[in-house]
Design a protein. Structure first.
Length: 320
């Protein structure tokens, strides 16, 4: 077992969670991908006074439909757009290439064009999969990219489309996103532990588990500042919670925390990537250098262990 979910919310959502401004002075920020774990956290995040999220899923707005995107962005005076919609089925993307490129590249391109026409900023979520994941150390935003599969290639295409199409844009790469919502590694481990005593988990891939709630807070900070300040930073940034572990180490931490709350637990048997073959190749190293984001936006990520505690509190219950 290894992690397969990424930073972005899926385009396959079925719930339109649009939020209307509570007052005449509130400015709406369009949030796409509303049914995914990041979209849900953006919907319930603490937005600054004067801003309110207008959250849509695929049923409300299919980002791959350029005409629909143009009409939607132009339909009301949005202050900014946060794109959390994406095709995140990493393995399925190897076969379903057209769908992956439509959501991950054509969709961001359409949003960039629409935001440029409306003269509003676009914050776009991307992934560590744009890197090959073979070099040691934490990747910086300026490091050479080189995706190893369709998912990473389509996400890189989206990055390039956003940066070329919208001058007021920020691309935020992240990795190993988890939350109390949707499909992710934490929820999978807890589910499997309900009927298994031992779980085989990959131990030679390393990264920083990232709370969707923490990522949402970072995106809110960037989007609202960009909406207020025409000279706010633009370009590529990285955000992930602090610290590093392997998938096996992450699983052990999940089970320790769950057991302390009276929840399910299992023994973790570490295995190599070669022992768990998948259609898409995973990065061996998903570490991202977040210093640029901290310098630009003043947001310093907290340790992933603290973020995991909050997720387990919600999923399992608080410690006794």
């Amino acid at each position: 077992m290894q992690g397969t979910t990424d930073a972005t919310a899926g385009v396959r959502g079925t719930t339109d969670a649009a939020a209307d401004a509570p007052g005449a002075t509130a400015r709406e920020v369009l949030v796409t991908g509303g049914s995914g774990q990041l979209g849900r956290e953006l919907a319930r995040a603490a937005w600054p006074a004067g801003f309110v999220p207008h959250v849509v899923d695929r049923a409300g707005l299919d980002v791959g439909d350029a005409d629909a995107v143009a009409a939607y962005v132009a339909s009301r005076p949005f202050a900014a757009v946060v794109n959390a919609a994406a095709y995140t089925a990493v393995d399925r993307a190897e076969e379903d290439q057209a769908a992956a490129w439509r959501a991950n590249a054509l969709g961001p391109a359409a949003l960039a064009q629409a935001c440029r026409a409306a003269n509003i900023p676009l914050v776009h979520v991307s992934t560590d999969y744009v890197f090959p994941g073979t070099a040691p150390g934490a990747r910086t935003p300026s490091d050479p990219t080189g995706p190893a599969g369709v998912y990473g290639a389509s996400k890189l295409g989206g990055e390039l489309a956003v940066l070329a199409g919208c001058p007021r844009s920020a691309v935020v790469r992240t990795a190993w996103v988890v939350s109390a919502h949707g499909h992710n590694f934490v929820k999978t481990m807890l589910r499997l532990a309900t009927d298994r005593d031992n779980l085989r988990v990959v131990d030679d891939q390393r990264g920083s588990p990232t709370s969707a709630a923490d990522l949402a807070h970072a995106l809110v900070t960037a989007a609202t500042r960009m909406a207020d300040d025409g000279h706010a930073p633009t370009g590529v940034f990285h955000f992930a919670n602090a610290g590093t572990t392997s998938w096996a180490g992450f699983a052990r931490a999940i089970f320790r925390g769950s057991a302390a709350r009276g929840g399910p637990s299992a023994d973790v048997v570490p295995i190599a990537t070669a022992d768990y073959p998948t259609p898409a190749r995973r990065p061996a190293n998903s570490l991202l250098d977040t210093s640029g984001f901290a310098a630009a936006w003043g947001t310093i990520p907290r340790p992933w262990e603290a973020a995991l505690d909050d997720i387990l509190d919600e999923l399992v219950g608080e410690r006794a």
